[in-house]
Structures are given as C-alpha cells and as structure tokens.
Design a protein around this ligand. Structure first.
Ligand code: PLP
Length: 390
C-alpha cells in the first residue's frame, strides 16, 4: 500500500554504522532504522545469536514455557524497576499493552471507573487505534473512524494542567521521557519527578513509553534513570531487538496484578528468535563501559551539533536531545525533508521529525571518528541547503 513516502534507495548490506546500496554506495547510517539498529548492522554477536537459535527452534507459541523469554525477563527484571514482563512484537503493541495493564490494575483494585489516561501533545505512541488516540494527533487519526475513548491531552511541561486534569476516573499518566517523533523534545528531570509525585499522590500509575528512548539510546539503559525515578509500567521495542522485531511491557508486580491468564496475549510475542537476539542486545549494552562510552560519544556529537548551529545559524534554531538521540530544530524557512535530502546527497542518513526538526540517531556502537564524519557530512548538507535557498 502507498503508506510510505519512500526515498528511492535500496540497501542490500549493512556493516556497523554503514549501509551499502545496490549501486555499491556507502551511506553513514545516523538514522539507525529510526532508533532500531542500536548495535549497528550485522553485529557479529547478534548474527551469531540469531543463527544459533535459527538452527534450534523458531516458534512454539505461548502455550508452553519459552526458555528465551525466561532468560530475557530475568535480565530485564534484574536491570530495571520491573518485576514482570510481557513480550510483544512492536512499539505500538507494547504501548497498547501498557495501557491495558494500567486500566486492568485499577479494575482489579476495585476502581473500574479509573480508565482515563493523561497523555501529552506532540507525543507518538504508534499506529494502532488506541495508541493513535493516546497521542491524539489529528493528522494520524483522520479518516479512521471513532477515536478510542479515554485519553486526555496536555501540553508537555505544563504540570498545573496535568494536575487539573486528574480526576476520579484517571488511571495513569503516559509519556515518552523524550518525544522522539515529536521533534526530540525532552521533559526536564524536574518535570518527570513532579509527574511521579503526582502519580503517587493520586494513586495513578506512571506509564513510560521508552520505545525510542530505551535500551541505551540516551546513555543510560533507560532514559528515566536520568531523572532518578522509576515508572510503574514501561513499553519498550525498537533498539531492544537491535533490528529483530520485538517489544515488551515491563511492570512492577503490583501494577501487573490484574494480568492473569487469558487477559492478554500474542501469538508471536517473545518468539525464540527474537528472544535470542534481544538477550544478546542486553548483554552487549550492559557490558562494563558500554553506556559510559555512549555518553562520551554523545558529548562529542552534541558539541559537533552545537558547532553546526553556530556555523549555520540561519538554518538551525536549536540542538536537542540526550545521549545519541539528538535533533536539530530547524528555522521555519527550511523543512526537515530538505535537510534529509541534502544529507542523503552527502551519503548521510538522518531522519525527519515533528516540530520542524531532524533526528540524528547513530547506532550506539558508532566510533568517535564516525561521529565526526557524520557531523562533517551534515555540515556539508546544510551548506547545500543554504546554497539552494540563495
Ligand atoms: N512509541 C514511540 C515513542 C515511538 O517512537 C514509536 C515508533 O516510532 C512507537 C511507540 C511505535 O513503535 P512501532 O512502530 O514499533 O509500533
């Protein structure tokens, strides 16, 4: 179907941070398949994990215990706030599952009227009917029939508005620590802590969508760690599978107490192939020094982007983001599509985003040299755009 406005490039191979087109041209991939290829392309450990599993067992269904799920769940619960994990296949499914966990929690706690979820304008939570309603973006809802009920929206950062919306039917607050698709817009640590407090005061669950920010993307395993808080429920996907489609809903035992047999499910969720890869992704990212190295590289990237902003002050308004989830908010005289196109011409892949911005999201394994190379290519791309405009 014609759902994508695709660029006319076919990639046939990937090596680390590089993608090779069918014409043999090498592109520096600073889009990471929209924050998916956390360990780059064809990472030897991921290839090995997938091959080994492929020779043993592909699928059994969730009618039986799945060894790989137990391994990954043990790792996730050891590494995070969570006590329980539900595996699915994508980000939207993970957020959808998180919404179900939150509502079901209140249902089994004797407050079935608590169904409403407070979410933030500019958010992106996926393309299912409930996750579209959660984000409330009219553009994506248009033409798809009745909007799923039960979501209230506020402006990011407006704590008073959040508080004013809390009522007897509120179940949870849902947010991305950094709105990725929305234009790499961060919530401050202070705001996140205040939202956590509001949830505690009013008996709400804090549901984080870390589909884009999670699994090392910001230089911590999960972005909420920067604020020193923990959620009750969290959706993850994207980098979690390093390119193999997988997602998960993580929750405390208390938040997940309503998720009893038969309340939720997925045929493919936690598939052995996905689990073999996800388990290895977690091992690599939690190796001593890995996340510290991401933080160092992130600093380098941020400095480079700040330099670009000074150099191209007529085009770039702001440098945004944390870790290797960075963005440039562009001046209103240019569009993200122009910058993405010019970057492609410089053999650099970046990704457009909302709020007139572009995302620069390299694989976490990018070297300092590759970061430098990417910044220089982006600088040449901005020079191109400036030239085209004059
Ligand atoms: N949540 C966030 C924060 C996302 O960035 C995305 C995808 O971009 C999703 C959810 C949906 O993920 P998926 O496309 O895997 O369904």
């Amino acid at each position: 179907m014609g759902t994508y406005a695709r660029q006319d490039i076919v990639f046939v191979r990937g090596e680390g941070c590089w993608l090779i087109s069918e014409g043999g041209e090498r592109y520096l991939d600073f889009g990471s398949g929209v924050a998916v290829n956390a360990l780059g392309h064809a990472h030897p450990k991921l290839v090995e994990a997938l091959k080994t599993q492929a020779e043993k067992l592909w699928h059994t269904s969730n009618l039986y215990r799945v060894e790989g799920q137990e391994t990954v769940a043990e790792k996730l619960t050891r590494l995070t706030f969570a006590d329980q994990v539900f595996f699915c296949n994508s980000g939207a499914e993970a957020v959808e599952g998180a919404i179900k966990v939150a509502r079901r929690y209140h249902y089994v706690s004797g407050a079935p009227e608590r169904q409403r979820i407070i979410a933030f304008r500019g958010a992106f939570h996926g393309r299912t009917l409930a996750t579209l309603a959660a984000a409330g973006n009219e553009k994506y809802l248009e033409g798809f029939g009745p909007t799923a009920e039960g979501f209230d929206h506020v402006e990011p950062g407006d704590l008073e508005a959040v508080e004013a919306l809390i009522g007897p039917t509120t179940a949870a607050i849902l947010l991305e620590p950094i709105q990725g698709e929305g234009g790499v817009r961060s919530f401050s640590a202070e705001f996140l802590r205040s939202v956590r407090e509001l949830c505690d005061t009013h008996g709400l669950l804090l549901v984080l969508d870390e589909v884009q920010t999670g699994v090392g993307r910001t230089g911590k395993l999960f972005a909420h760690e920067w604020a020193g808080i923990t959620p009750d429920v969290m959706a993850i996907a994207k980098g979690f599978g390093g390119g193999f489609p997988t997602g998960a809903v993580l929750a405390t035992a208390e938040a997940a107490k309503g998720m009893t047999p038969g309340t939720h499910g997925s045929t493919f969720g936690g598939n052995p192939l996905a689990m073999a890869v996800a388990s290895t992704v977690l091992d690599v990212i939690t190796e001593p020094g890995f996340l510290e190295a991401v933080q160092t590289k992130a600093l380098h990237l941020k400095q480079g982007l700040e330099g670009l902003k000074d150099q191209h002050a007529g085009l770039v308004e702001e440098v945004r983001g944390a870790g290797l989830l960075t963005g440039l908010k562009l001046k209103s005289t240019i569009t993200p599509a122009q910058v993405v196109k010019a970057a492609n011409e410089e053999k650099l892949l970046i990704v457009g985003a909302g709020d007139n911005s572009v995302r620069i999201i390299p694989p976490l394994i990018a070297t300092e040299e590759e970061i430098g190379e990417g910044v220089r290519a982006l600088s040449r791309a901005l020079t191109r755009v400036a030239r085209e405009m004059s």
